[in-house]
Design a protein around this ligand. Sequence first.
Ligand SMILES: NC(=O)c1ccc[n+]([C@@H]2O[C@H](COP(=O)([O-])OP(=O)(O)OC[C@H]3O[C@@H](n4cnc5c(N)ncnc54)[C@H](O)[C@@H]3O)[C@@H](O)[C@H]2O)c1
Length: 251
Amino acid sequence: MKLAGKVAVVTGSGQGLGRAYALYLAKEGASVGIVDLNGEKAEQVAGEIRATGGRAIAVRCDITREEETLRMAQAVLAEFGRIDVLINNAALFSTLQIGPFMELKLPEWNAVLAVQLNGMFLCTQAVIPIMEKQGGGKIINITSGTIFTGKVGYVHYLTSKAGVVGFTRALAKELGPSNITVNTLSPGAVVTEVQRETVSEERWQFIIKSQALRRKGTTDDLAKVAVFLASPESDWITGQMINVDGGMSLY
Ligand SMILES: NC(=O)c1ccc[n+]([C@@H]2O[C@H](COP(=O)([O-])OP(=O)(O)OC[C@H]3O[C@@H](n4cnc5c(N)ncnc54)[C@H](O)[C@@H]3O)[C@@H](O)[C@H]2O)c1
């Protein structure tokens, strides 16, 4: 097992890709903090992991609130004794309000930046002192392949996801001396268990034809790379972005 003895926190792991990261990390031996605004869903995922012999706790947490992120980190520390990995995955995505830029209102813009950027900032600040005390750690920030292609109606989302890349690069340089790696994982379009009315079958066919590899991306495709970035196999990689999109964008 690649992550035996490690402890990971995955934000937004009550559903979708976050859930897949959590299940894969647990399968590789990690104890996992299932962190989500939706406490019931977090409990379900933690239950799924425990049912297969893994270790997990659910922590209901609004990552935009500092007191909650600090409490979340302490809850995981109290349960498992350390934190080695943080995956900043939570985002306004499946519930995102999309539309023309001129119809975008400031509260929605602020809400997206608050979850995607402030949430990442607060969760990272909450775990760094713990990682530093332990002598190292791994932070994985989730962006989106749409930052390469652009996307109509998604200016708030793309702005936030481009910010994730800057955050990663700055922090990688700053935390390297503490032996903490900081990388970005960039998913292309992926099928999760969450129905998305915005992605019709016709749209899928367009996406598949634009990729070098002609099939839909799966949560497994992403979770395997998350395990790599969380494991010692990636110890000499920091400040990078790994694009997992079937060859949609080549850069
Ligand atoms: N699914 C895709 O095709 C795809 C493609 C590119 C990038 N991504 C990125 O991957 C990540 C996960 O995508 P997904 O499809 O699973 O999204 P999703 O919308 O299905 O899940 C997001 C999760 O984040 C949680 N969340 C939202 N606000 C929160 C808050 N304030 N505090 C704590 N938790 C909160 C939600 O409750 C939910 O469980 C996102 O960062 C998304 O931008 C997804």
